[in-house]
Design a protein. Structure first.
Length: 424
């Protein structure tokens, strides 16, 4: 009797235990999300031919770093060795009586000649090469117009600064580099403040984003992260390039949220949200001001290097080139040539500064938009012109953004840690 009574009880306990363990068994049986495997799967979706073309394009930029240095040194050498820079200074002194106007005229002409000497490389790099790899929509006339506008805008901004620099060189010949270094971060912030308002519209037309289904989520994301923006702007980059791009740029109250029409036309809403959240990360993390400080330090070291080396060069070659001393504006090609050598040597430093801030913005964007799949597929689109899977040292030296593989893996790791958002 006792055995018969126990059987229903044991049967009920067994059924209850099975019911409790069933969900656990199902969960244990479910395959774990493998971030590395998912990354490789996404990278494999790109055709081998497209990846080879992207790798070839990006690896070509390594050589362009060298060719740009060579072009800078050739331009400096032609202006100095031929005595042309000294003759331009003499002309400026004959035409103008005040030193400030003499320096300004000399600097302006030297900048123009430098641009003309570098024009063939600029044409190849900015027009021929971009068309060869199918990345440009520019007409030759459109490219020439943008090149000319860029040179004029650069000269207008640079000439007053160089006039001021030569005044500092004249007043403090031994410690000029420290005075220039102290002013650099403030000048960088001012440049970043005026860029979205005054410079960007020189090259593209900006208008408010009309699509409310895209605009309102972007503005909501901006408000949630303390970004004081009342509108989202779109600009017509498709007339120049096929690349997708966006930015939250500006400083000192000039912040503007903008995205190009390629992003609108080529990307899904999830990808657009992922990109815009990344760009907002730069604002929230104060990258504008951090960048000014970091690059201010790099440029300060560049001024110190130039101050150390320029005296030696002037003592050895200054008389032959017709240069009168450190504060002679005819020596501008020498100054720019030495700085070109310095910045070429510090390429891994400057690239890494930018890349680390881009990586921070990536993580911010993933947490803000919560769109890891959109972020990953956008990284693949950027792989059209950025090598997707470089070696570790290659990425450190040459990449100013994380590589495509690094970004996709970051997104998949984030997704793996938030299964509740992507499993049903």
């Amino acid at each position: 009797m006792l055995r018969l009574r126990r059987r229903p009880v044991l049967l009920l306990l067994s059924l209850a235990l099975a019911a409790l363990l069933a969900p656990l068994s199902a969960h244990a049986a479910a395959p774990a999300f493998d971030a590395v495997a998912e990354t490789e799967k996404l990278l494999a979706t790109l055709p081998a031919e497209a990846r080879a073309r992207s790798d070839a394009y990006f690896e070509g930029t390594y050589w362009l770093l060298l060719w740009n240095l060579v072009a800078a040194l050739v331009a400096a050498g032609l202006l100095l060795v031929t005595g042309l820079a000294a003759r331009i200074r003499n002309w400026a002194e004959r035409v103008f009586k005040k030193r400030i106007l003499q320096v300004a005229a000399c600097v302006l002409v030297l900048l123009a000649l430098d641009a003309v000497i570098r024009l063939p490389l600029d044409y190849y790099e900015g027009y021929v090469r971009e068309h060869t790899y199918g990345l440009s929509n520019h007409t030759l006339g459109g490219w020439a117009r943008d090149w000319l506008v860029g040179q004029i805008a650069g000269a207008v901004m640079t000439t007053p600064l160089l006039v001021l620099l030569y005044a500092v060189l004249r007043r403090w010949p031994l410690v000029w580099w420290s005075r220039a270094a102290l002013a650099t971060p403030f000048l960088l912030v001012v440049l970043m403040a005026i860029s979205p308002v005054f410079l960007a519209p020189l090259f593209n037309s900006y208008r408010p984003l009309a699509d409310a289904s895209l605009r309102e989520p972007i503005l909501s994301l901006a408000r949630a992260n303390g970004i004081p923006a009342e509108n989202v702007w779109q600009f017509d980059a498709s007339k120049q390039t096929k690349r997708i791009s966006a930015n939250v740029s500006g400083a000192l109250g000039t912040t503007r949220i903008a995205l190009n029409d390629n992003l609108l036309n080529r990307c899904t809403p999830a990808e657009i949200r992922a990109v815009m959240a990344h760009e907002m990360g730069h604002y929230v993390l104060n990258h504008t001001y951090k960048m000014a400080i970091f690059f201010g330090l790099v440029i300060a070291a560049g001024f110190a290097f130039t101050a150390w080396s320029i005296g030696f060069v002037l003592r050895r070659y200054g008389a032959a080139w017709g240069l009168r001393g450190l504060d002679d504006p005819a020596g501008l090609p020498l100054l720019t040539g030495l700085l070109a050598v310095y910045f070429f040597a510090t390429t891994p430093v400057t690239k890494s500064i930018i890349r680390l801030q881009e990586s921070e913005a990536d993580l911010f964007g993933l947490n803000a938009a919560r769109e890891p799949d959109g972020f990953a597929t956008t990284a693949l689109k950027l792989g059209e012109y950025r090598k997707l899977a470089p070696g570790p040292l290659e990425e450190i030296i040459f990449f100013d953004h994380p590589s495509g593989r690094t970004r996709v893996l970051m997104a998949m790791r984030w997704k793996a840690e938030h299964p509740e958002l992507f499993t049903k």
